[in-house]
Design a protein around this ligand. Structure first.
Ligand code: TXA
Ligand code: MG
Length: 357
């Protein structure tokens, strides 16, 4: 592979997130053009990118991440006009959503155009496309002059990376170049919306809320957990045990007072058998848990869901680094960004959900 470091030593370039230097972007674009891998910031999480039209380059993404070949990748474009390059049909609804939400954390699933290699779509007939709202990502796609396939830049199954350090923690030495543009703003991944279904169906809740989509589309369906468990694997990324920290995570739902009481009780019992327990909660919960044998980790005031989403993955990684055995997480409801947070915590819990009433 000409020009790409054969030892896969990872180079890191700091870039201004708002006005990335042309030189750094040029170097990263060159890596992409030569079939290498570049990790870069988007507004949601860091992505691990390759030329979406080069199957060998895309194959490297799968091996770097340890990602199963049946899990398709999102194709990132620099503008809505590029939709028709990678999608065979672009319905009026897709144009409308792109005009309204792009650049932004909305991924549209559409029929795949022949130009997109099958490895990108995991052999499937559809392609997921999004235009990220980050100056670094947009500059990179433009300079590379090709759509960029990119999953989140984490090891398969780990929480997604919201800082350059998270990317290095997971994948150092497994790709060529990292553009460090600081922490990401949204913190949870894009909303994946399948436009090949009627009604349009949210396969993964994310940075664009269901409420915002409903304003544009009227009815929007969400995949119910039961349906997923019944077998239909519409979005393989919806597999359970995804986004999971190493610690065993328990999700507590229900009235706040009952949740906090249950956490205190659990912590006391766990401490007696020597387990290190952490609580992932909101600022206003800290005082009520202060006397329990718990490592406390707040993700912000519960009313500020944007902040909660932004802090979520870093909080999970932080608790893992502290080596706790168990994480007790509170729920933040399903309104607005709460739905994406609920979704990630539910999967991290892999069925360990305690419903209090
Ligand atoms: O915010 C994001 O979406 C980030 C940034 C880097 O853009 N990317 C990301 O990619 O989260 P990844 O690969 O970690 O998650 C993509 C999700 C997976 O759940 C995958 O199964 C689903 O999108 N997906 C991709 N192509 C699809 C398709 N054709 N049909 C259905 N689901 C698809
Ligand atoms: Mg991912």
């Amino acid at each position: 592979m000409n020009g790409v470091n054969p030892a896969m030593q990872t180079h890191v370039l700091r870039v201004d997130p708002d006005q990335p230097a042309a030189e750094a972007i040029g170097r990263a674009a060159e890596v992409i053009r030569r079939g290498g891998l570049v990790a870069f910031p988007t507004e949601t999480v860091y992505g691990l990118g390759a030329d979406a039209l080069n199957p060998d380059a895309v194959a490297r993404i799968f091996s770097a991440k340890g990602r199963p070949a049946h899990d398709p990748l999102i194709v990132h474009v620099a503008e809505a006009a590029d939709l028709s390059r990678v999608a065979r049909e672009v319905p009026e609804m897709a144009q409308r959503l792109a005009a309204h939400f792009w650049p932004g954390p909305l991924t549209l699933v559409l029929p795949r155009a022949d130009i997109v290699p099958l490895i990108v779509t995991a052999g499937g007939p559809t392609v997921a496309v999004r235009c990220p709202a980050h100056p670094v990502a947009l500059a990179l796609i433009r300079a590379a002059a090709t759509p960029i396939a990119a999953p989140s830049a984490n090891r398969f199954g780990e929480p997604s990376p919201t800082t350059a350090q998270h990317v290095l923690d997971d994948l150092a030495g497994r790709f060529d170049l990292l553009l460090d543009g600081g922490p990401t703003a949204v913190g949870v991944e894009s909303t994946v919306l399948d436009l090949t279904r009627d009604p349009p169906t949210i396969l993964r809740p994310g940075g664009v809320t269901r409420e915002a989509l409903e304003v544009e589309l009227g009815r929007v369906a969400t995949l119910e957990r039961e349906a997923r468990e019944a077998g239909a694997l519409a979005s393989p990324g919806l597999l359970d045990r995804h986004y999971a920290p190493r610690a065993e995570l328990w999700l507590f739902t229900g009235p706040r007072e009952r949740v906090l009481a249950a956490m205190r009780q659990y912590a006391r019992e766990a401490a007696q058998v020597g387990r290190r327990v952490a609580a992932l909660v909101a600022d206003e919960d800290l005082a009520a848990l202060a006397d329990a044998p718990l490592t406390l980790q707040s993700v912000g005031p519960a009313a500020d869901l944007a902040l909660v989403a932004r802090n979520l993955f870093a909080a999970l990684r932080n608790l893992d680094m502290q080596g706790v055995d168990v994480i007790l997480a509170r729920d933040f409801g399903r309104r607005g960004l709460g739905l994406a947070v609920h979704d990630r915590l539910t999967r991290a819990a892999a069925g360990r959900v305690i419903k209090l009433t």
